[in-house]
Design a protein around this ligand. Structure first.
Ligand code: IZC
Ligand code: ZN
Length: 440
């Protein structure tokens, strides 16, 4: 008999409904479907009912199955948070770069001197799959404790055929053993590795002719991404790689206009990318073209904060009709955090997004950015039962109290995976989510 879960008497249920067909833009981003004194009923891993406490009581009375009740009084229920841009699978760390940057070194110069992404590449190449799994599991657990139930995960620290495949295989295994869903992106064009420094075109050839076919044949990724930036990959190289990726069925994404204005936003519109990410220096024309083509802007205010840079112009993007999503950009160089709630604070405080826009950006619009909006991103009947119960009386408090973790309970596929802020290591969840040899 299917189990029924009844989450009742939340002070607010934030449904973020009405955006499953297409991402929310402009004023729609402020419509987050608040139900005061609301309840949600789940059957198995799917939402069966969303509404007021009174209607929920009536509905429950018609059911014959056993019901598990969770009392959400004084708390708010939101969709599980979604992070559509991470580089979570890696080994090693880069804390030395902070001091270098504090003394005036620039992120991109550290990379050009063979550090940055390339230093993480050295560590990741040396690491075994088991070591990568162990290190990444810790980060996934922290994400879960911050209310994140789905993430996108990029490769790009291997930069050889075998090491790119290794990173993507690790993400695939973690997707099976951890409650968080990992959606993979192939990003072989993350940096030109040292051995191709003098012949970057040869590396582009390797990405297109050897990496892409193997990634596609092994079904290791759904998206293809490129670090399109001065001194990394040119507009022409980026377009070529993303177009070739499309031929293998990989949906294009792009790291665009992060450090200088480079034409990445325009390229995203031209090739029909699902998202363009960063956009700190995007041109107004580029933003307009993204709006026309429905390209989602994935904004990463934590990266701007950590690199001490001006953040993206979110207000302009929303005003011009670009759908905006938010992400941590979790990586060891420019954003070492799993706290999507802190990123939400930063989106308000540094980009002047409203609490409503921020919630839309971390739920339904983020779901669109990873092509999952029909399953997740809102609390609507038939969607997956991924929720967060925050210990806050209303949603504005999530943005008002900053850099604190208000997550009380996390539900993934209808199961409680975080309780009282701590990971639930029940027999059942262990059985369901982890293969014994890797967890112990
Ligand atoms: O490891 O520095 N921006 N890629 C593009 C990154 C940041 C990740 C890193
Ligand atoms: Zn990135």
């Amino acid at each position: 008999m299917t189990e029924i879960l009844y989450i009742k008497r939340a002070s607010q249920v934030i449904t973020v409904s009405g955006g499953s067909q297409k991402p929310k833009t402009g004023q729609e981003m402020s419509e987050i479907g608040v139900i005061e004194n609301g309840s949600v009923i789940v059957e198995g891993n799917q939402i069966r009912f969303v509404g007021s406490d009174r209607e929920a009581e009536k509905y429950v009375n018609t059911l014959s199955e056993p019901v598990t009740v969770i009392n959400a009084e004084g708390k708010i229920l939101t969709p599980g948070l979604i992070d559509p841009h991470t580089h979570i699978v890696f080994a090693g760390s880069r804390e030395k770069e902070l001091e270098m940057r504090l003394k005036g070194a620039k992120y991109i110069d550290i990379l050009k001197a063979g550090g940055g992404i390339l230093s993480t590449t050295t560590d990741t190449r040396k690491a075994s799959e088991e070591h990568l799994i162990e290190e990444t599991l810790k980060r996934l657990n922290r994400f879960l404790q911050y209310g994140v139930t789905t993430i996108e995960a990029k490769s790009g620290y291997g930069l050889t055929v075998e090491d790119e495949l290794k990173q993507l295989r690790v993400a695939k295994k973690l997707n099976k053993q951890h409650p968080i869903d990992l959606i993979s992106t192939f990003m072989g064009a993350h940096a030109v590795p040292a051995e191709y420094k003098e012949s970057p075109e040869e590396f582009v050839k390797l990405v297109v002719e050897e990496m892409l076919p193997q990634v596609a044949q092994e079904k290791l990724a759904e998206f293809c991404d490129v670090f399109c930036e001065e001194g990394v990959f040119t507009i022409e190289q980026s377009e070529y790689i993303l177009q070739e990726g499309k031929k293998w069925g990989l949906i294009p994404k792009i790291h665009a206009d992060e450090i200088v204005q480079f034409g990445g936003a325009e390229l995203a519109a031209k090739i029909g990318a699902i998202s363009a990410d960063h956009l700190l220096r995007a041109s107004e024309n580029g933003i307009k073209q993204m709006a026309e083509q429905g390209v989602i802007a994935v904004l990463l205010p934590g990266t701007a904060f950590f690199l001490m840079a001006e953040p993206a112009n979110a207000r302009k993007m929303i005003e011009l009709g670009v759908p905006v999503a938010l992400s941590t950009d979790r990586n060891p160089g420019s954003s070492p955090t799993e706290s999507l709630p802190f990123i939400m604070n930063l989106a308000c405080l540094t980009m002047k997004m409203t609490p409503e826009e921020v919630l839309t950006a971390c739920t339904i619009n983020a779901a669109h950015a990873i092509n999952r909006a029909s399953e997740i991103g809102s609390i609507e009947v038939d969607k997956k039962a991924d929720f967060v119960l925050f210990d806050a009386p209303n949603y504005q408090t999530l943005q008002y109290n900053y850099a604190v973790n208000l997550v009380d309970t996390v539900f993934k596929n209808g199961k409680v995976v975080v309780k009282g802020g701590a990971i639930v290591e029940s027999e059942e969840s262990l059985h369901q989510y982890s293969s014994a040899e890797n967890r112990h």
